[in-house]
Design a protein around this ligand. Structure first.
Ligand code: HEM
Length: 393
């Protein structure tokens, strides 16, 4: 049977989506100079031991180090804990729950533009999370074409990342990606400076005013954290929405069951995160020599932890290659695990739930278009549609 991943034309590097397992769960890749980890228990162990498996991977890519200050994803304890505590105030369960009416309002406005057909990503799955995160941060949602240009520029490569010598093509891609990061950083810094002069009721102002142990955040720290939110806060949720509809569309019985019983929507979202994990890999660097899955790894080695592959590990999930919205329990790793567990997970889950419910309410006939195939993002580190044509009536 052809795997759905082949039917959909997902990047061939994602072999786990084709029902295959690696020869070894922990392996060194000569070509990239990195260790590849695909197994569930091995990844769980790495994620739960930040003292050995550091998140400060930018120390291996010195060109990118200008953007590490205040970047939560790159920090280790104790700095990580301090910043995480501070910014968690902006993502309390109440703050997220209070966004529900606004998420619904934006979804309805976007659906009002749809007629008999829709392209889910452009019409809803991209604009919705970007508008939400932009409003939360306090930057104009109308600038979203700019965000899209910058973020697309960061993730457009079809090549695997490497810490070895880069080909001229990789070098050019890296330079252009860094240019996009630079432009986004410049844009956010301007906003941070403005908030220092004129405070507003938004997250950027809260970050400007916040104190960690009597110390305030610098412009660079706020800018880099804002950048993480803007990037992490939208492309991934876009993929989540698209992937969930794609999976349901490919399994009409389960789609009908979810449509009839909306209490199944959250479980369908969890299963979609397992089956097609948007953020396919996270990276870590070894602080010291260690052993993982019976393999010795020296100090200062870069690891790619393929959470998307762990989510298909038969040692953890029965019938891992079967999409099953009734899977319970479903300890999928799509949002990571441990101290860096996705800060935006409650928001992403809420956006997914609200949008899916409203789409199903408004368009009872909604289905994927059999004559117009979906398109996936080209990066091997992402699993998500960038185009998903839908028939609505
Ligand atoms: C489906 C949507 C999303 C997915 C699949 C996702 C995935 C992830 C993953 C796997 C991590 C862990 C990274 C690591 O361990 O190195 C992470 C961290 C993070 N995510 Fe998300 N994310 C999503 C949505 C969001 C949203 C909506 C926001 C913000 C509004 C967000 C903000 C963050 C932040 C700030 C971190 C860093 C947390 C830390 O380092 O302590 N994410 N996300």
């Amino acid at each position: 049977m052809t795997a759905l991943a082949d039917t959909w034309g997902i990047n061939a590097a994602q072999f786990w989506l084709r029902g295959q397992r690696p020869d070894r769960e922990v392996d060194y890749d000569e070509a990239t100079g990195m260790w590849e980890v695909h197994g569930y228990p091995e990844i769980l162990r790495a994620l739960s031991d930040p003292a050995t498996f550091s998140s400060n991977t930018q120390r291996m890519v010195p060109e990118a180090s200008g953007f590490s200050e205040g970047n939560l994803t790159q920090l280790d304890p104790p700095d990580h804990q301090k910043l995480r505590k501070l910014v968690s105030h902006a993502f309390t369960p109440k703050v997220v729950a209070d966004l529900e009416p606004r998420i619904a309002e934006i979804t309805v406005e976007l659906m009002d533009q749809m007629e008999d057909r829709a392209e889910l990503v452009a019409d809803l799955a991209y604009p919705l999370p970007v508008i939400v995160i932009a409003e939360l941060l306090g930057v104009p949602a109308s600038d979203r074409d700019k965000f899209k240009r910058w973020v697309d520029g960061m993730f457009n490569s079809t090549n695997k990342i490497s810490i070895k010598e880069r080909s001229p093509e990789d070098e050019a891609y890296f330079a252009s990606a860094m240019e996009q990061v630079g432009e986004l950083a410049h844009y956010l810094t301007e906003h941070v400076r403005e908030r220092r002069a004129k405070p507003r009721e938004d997250l950027l102002t809260k970050l400007v005013e916040a104190e960690v142990d009597g110390v305030r955040l610098t412009d660079a720290e706020i800018t880099n954290f804002g950048m993480v939110l803007l990037v992490a806060g939208h492309i991934t949720t876009t993929m989540l929405l698209g992937n969930t509809l794609l999976c349901l569309g490919a399994h009409p019985d389960q789609f009908a069951a979810v449509r009839a019983d909306r209490s199944m929507v959250p479980a369908a979202i969890e299963e979609s995160l397992r089956f097609l994990s948007p953020f396919a890999a996270v990276s870590r660097v070894t602080n010291e020599e260690t052993e993982l899955g019976g393999v010795r790894i020296p100090a200062d080695q870069m690891l790619l932890l393929w959470i998307a592959a762990a989510n298909r590990d038969p040692r953890q999930f029965a019938d891992p290659n079967v999409f099953d919205v009734t899977r319970d329990p479903n300890p999928q790793l799509g949002f990571g695990r441990g101290i860096h567990f996705c800060l935006g997970a409650p928001l992403a889950r809420l956006e997914g739930k609200v949008a899916l419910n409203l789409l199903l309410d408004r368009f009872p006939q909604l289905r994927t278009d059999p004559d117009d195939a979906p398109e996936f993002l080209p990066s091997p580190n992402m699993t998500g549609v960038r185009r998903l044509p839908l028939l609505l009536r």
